[in-house]
Design a protein. Sequence first.
Length: 292
Amino acid sequence: MSVRVAKLGVGTAQFGLDYGVSNRRGRLTESEAVAVVQVAAAAGVSLLDTAAQYGEAEAVIGRVLPQPNRFRLVTKTARVSEGVDRVEARARASLDRLGVARAEALLVHSAPDLLGPEGPELWDRLKRLKDEGLYAKIGISAYAAEDPLGLARRFKPDLMQLPASVLDQRLIQDGVLTEIAALGVEIHLRSIFLQGLLFLPRDGLPAGLAAAGPRLSRIRRTIAEAGADPLQAALAFALTRPEASTVVVGVTSAAELRAILAAAAAPAPDLDWSALSLDHSLALDPHLWAAA
């Protein structure tokens, strides 16, 4: 197994939701989830990432995990709008749904939850769960626009899950990723395919992103001229980031995971990464696309 493949983790939103603008397959069936987990285990992938807000994903994982389980499991909280007691109860229930006594990490799913009036109590509850030995690490999942460095300095999480990709290099260009790593925070990168934006043809882009089409076409052409394809480029960019210990990739089938594993193991293309970033604020924030 290559060093880069060893950094991969599998995101499981598609185990419980019809998720992603480029996902034409919809939610995985349970047999498909079994196949994905089997391929991941055989390849030496050791981390599965999920969340309370991913529909039935946690329960599906609990049913399809091989035994004995050798995967590190990372999950995320319910929204604090349900109340801090509910968040804690749901985090405990997540372990039951996953079929494990303890998990690798629990992340606050929505960073703004920490900045409201219940934020300090929410973080204290996560620390209690860690102190009880139910979660080895606690952390935060944040978007680039949510001041992740400020969150890291204030809450001192063990782990942060952050978006970075060949298209979205904001946290790299402004030095935030490096500064967070320097604080001793473990970093997991997500959204490295930006919901498949790099793979979509111009006529397949969401309506509000049409203006990004010409730039995306030029980026794909530059990648092709280097003898690579967008999948290889996206993976090479993320997996060679020294700040990150893990790169989380979402998949819609076992065949797709096999393609990712093969691309991750391939030699990195010779590209000027900084020349491939996308400067389009809406395109870089998929959670805003539905309103476009």
